[in-house]
Design a binder for this molecule. Structure first.
Ligand SMILES: *Cc1c(COP(=O)(O)O)cnc(C)c1O
Length: 446
C-alpha cells in the first residue's frame, strides 16, 4: 500500500517522451502529387518544408484543434456570403439533405415532395430519413412545377425539396407561398446552383434549410463535401447534433436536454480540415466564376437566332441563374437528337438530357430503387412503416409525362467560365448553322 504512488511511493512511469507528430510534411508531399507538381518543384518544396519540420503538426479534425479550424472558417465565410446566421460543413450534399430533413422533423409517416428531375440523392435522402418520397413534375424551367407540387400535397406531406436544377433557381415566390399555405418545411437542394439567387436573395436562404454539395462536379468543390445553411437556431442545433453522432454541441455540450428533440443519436457526417481548407479557397472564387459564366451565357444566348420551334428554358429569375448551362427545347425528339449530333459535329459542347434508352440517375424514370420501393432490409421500411397512414403513392415510369417530354426535347449547352468571346461566338455560329438547317430560317418571332 505504501508503495503506491498515490500514497507517496515511487511512480512507475517517470515520464513519457514526446510523441511524433501524427501528420508531417510527408502528407503535404503526397498532396502535391494530386496537384501534379513536377518532381523538381516538389524537391524544392520539400527542402523548404524540412526547415519547418519542428512546426506544430496540423490538426485535421475540425474540433479540439488550437489553430482556427478551416471548416469553421468556411462556415463563417459561407454564412456571411449567404447572409444567414448558421452554416454547417458536412461531408456531402446527400448528408446535408438527410441531416436537414431530420432536423426539420421529417421521419416515419411523413411524405416529402421532390421533383422528377434531380440527382437521385434528393429522393434517396427522403427514404434514408424514413419518409416517403412523392415525385412531382418540373415545368419549363426544369425545376419543381408549383402547380404539380400543390396537387401532390396530402395530409401526410411534411416537407418539399425544391431543387435548383442545372444552375437555375426555382420560382421561390410560388413555392414558398404554397409551402406556407400548407405549413410545410422547405429544404432547398442547391447542389447544382451554389451562389445563384432569386430576386436578389441567395438560393438556400428561402426555406427552412439550404443544402449544398462540394463534390468534384459541382460549381465549387473540395472533392467531396457539403454545407447546410439555415436561419433557424433549432434546426441548426438538430442538424449539428445529427452530423456529429449527437456529440451534442449546444451552448452546453454535456448539459441535459432543454427541450424534447435536442438530444438523440446521430451519424458522423463531419467535414475534415482537408476538405475545409480546399473548400475555403474555392469559396473565395465563387462569385468571379459566376460573373464569367453569366457573361458567356448572355453572349451565347443573345447570338442565337430566334426561330419558330426553338424555345429557351424558362428562367424564374434570369439574373440569379448561375449560368452553368444553356437549355433549349426543340419541337420533337427526333429533331432534338439529330440537332445534338450535328452540333457536336460542329464542336459545340451540346448534349441531350434524357434518352429513354440510356440509364441516368437524374431522371425519376430510372429510379427503380424508388419506383419498385427497394429497401436495404427485407422489412421494407419506410414503405411498410406502421406510422404511415393512407395509401402509398403509386410510382410508375410515366407518372410525370410533362417532365419526360421536356427533358427529351432539351438541348443542353455547357457554359464554361473559361470560354473566350471568340469561342462563345464560334459556339453561337455552330448552334445557328444547325438550328437553321433543321428548323428553317430565322423568323420575325419575338
Ligand atoms: C450532386 C447532387 C446531390 C448530391 O451531392 P453529393 O455531395 O454528391 O452527396 C444532391 N442533389 C443534386 C441536385 C445534385 O446534383
Amino acid at each position: 500500500m505504501q508503495n503506491l504512488a498515490i500514497n507517496g511511493g515511487p511512480k512507475a512511469v517517470k515520464s513519457l517522451g514526446p510523441s511524433q507528430p501524427k501528420v508531417g510534411i510527408e502528407e503535404i508531399l503526397e498532396l502535391l502529387d494530386l496537384w501534379h507538381i513536377s518532381p523538381e518543384a516538389k524537391r524544392k518544396i520539400e527542402e523548404t518544408l524540412q526547415v519547418e519540420k519542428g512546426n506544430k503538426a496540423p490538426h485535421l479534425f475540425r474540433y479540439y484543434g488550437t489553430t482556427p479550424s478551416k471548416v469553421r472558417q468556411l462556415e463563417e465565410e459561407f454564412a456571411r456570403l449567404m447572409d444567414v446566421p448558421y452554416a454547417l460543413g458536412v461531408n456531402s450534399c446527400t448528408s446535408a439533405l438527410i441531416a436537414a430533413l431530420v432536423a426539420c422533423g421529417v421521419g416515419p409517416g411523413c411524405e416529402v415532395i421532390v421533383p422528377g428531375y434531380t440527382f437521385f440523392a434528393s429522393a434517396a435522402a427522403v427514404v434514408v430519413a424514413k419518409a416517403i418520397p412523392v415525385i412531382a413534375e418540373v415545368d419549363d424551367s426544369l425545376t419543381l412545377d408549383p402547380n404539380d407540387f400543390e396537387n401532390k400535397i396530402t395530409d401526410r406531406t411534411k416537407a418539399v425539396v425544391p431543387v435548383h436544377m442545372r444552375g437555375m433557381c426555382c420560382d421561390m415566390d410560388a413555392i414558398m407561398e404554397i409551402a406556407n399555405k400548407y405549413n410545410l418545411k422547405v429544404i432547398e437542394d442547391v447542389a447544382q446552383a451554389c451562389g445563384g439567387s432569386f430576386k436578389g436573395k441567395r438560393l438556400g436562404t428561402f426555406g427552412d434549410a439550404g443544402c449544398f454539395s462540394l463534390d468534384f462536379y459541382k460549381i465549387i468543390t473540395s472533392g467531396e463535401g457539403g454545407l447546410i445553411i439555415t436561419r433557424d437556431e433549432w434546426i441548426y442545433i438538430r442538424a449539428q447534433s445529427y452530423h456529429d453522432t449527437a456529440a451534442c454541441w449546444r451552448p452546453d455540450r454535456f448539459g441535459r436536454e432543454r427541450m424534447p428533440g435536442e438530444l438523440f443519436a446521430g451519424e458522423n457526417y463531419r467535414m475534415s480540415e482537408l476538405q475545409g481548407a480546399v473548400a475555403l479557397a474555392q469559396l473565395r472564387r465563387l462569385d468571379a466564376l459566376l460573373t464569367k459564366m453569366r457573361s458567356n451565357k448572355n453572349r451565347i444566348k443573345a447570338g442565337i437566332h430566334k426561330i419558330n420551334g426553338l424555345e429557351f428554358r424558362k428562367a424564374p429569375d434570369a439574373e440569379g441563374d448561375t449560368a452553368i448551362c444553356l437549355v433549349m427545347y426543340l419541337p420533337d425528339v427526333e429533331t432534338t437528337k439529330k440537332a445534338i449530333k450535328a452540333m457536336q459535329a460542329e464542336g459545340v459542347p451540346a448534349g441531350g438530357i434524357y434518352d429513354a434508352t440510356v440509364r441516368d440517375w437524374h431522371i425519376y424514370s430510372n429510379w427503380e430503387h424508388i419506383l419498385e420501393k427497394k429497401t436495404a432490409t427485407n422489412d421494407g421500411c419506410p414503405y411498410s412503416c406502421p406510422y404511415y397512414e393512407g395509401s402509398l403513392p403509386t410510382y410508375s415510369v410515366d407518372m410525370c409525362p410533362h417532365t419526360l417530354d421536356l427533358l427529351s426535347r432539351s438541348v443542353h449547352i455547357d457554359i464554361s467560365p473559361d470560354y473566350t468571346p471568340q469561342e462563345c461566338d464560334a459556339i453561337v455560329e455552330g448552334i445557328n448553322k444547325v438550328v437553321q438547317a433543321y428548323l428553317g430560317s430565322p423568323s420575325t418571332k419575338n
